[in-house]
Design a binder for this molecule. Structure first.
Ligand SMILES: [Zn+2]
Length: 73
């Protein structure tokens, strides 16, 4: 299972900063999370719950174990 964006996590806003929000669980800023599951810390309750439910991190593609040129950046 995979979602394109993970934006249904509980958020709270920074005190005194009306336009900045962060994840309630791991305290990562929403602009840093950027809708990605791996934007949350590995210890984040939201991330753990989704990973347990079978959702994948978009960026953590399994690397092909072939002798191809490494083009990942
Ligand atoms: Zn989080």
């Amino acid at each position: 299972m995979k979602k394109s964006f993970y934006i249904d996590y509980p958020q709270e806003h920074y005190e005194g900063q009306a336009h900045r929000y962060r994840c309630v669980f791991c305290k990562q800023e929403t602009t840093k999370i950027n809708g990605l599951l791996e934007g949350h810390l590995p210890t984040c309750d939201y991330r753990i719950a989704l990973e347990k439910a079978g959702f994948e991190c978009n960026a953590n593609k399994p690397r092909p174990s072939l002798d191809t040129t490494d083009e990942e950046d």
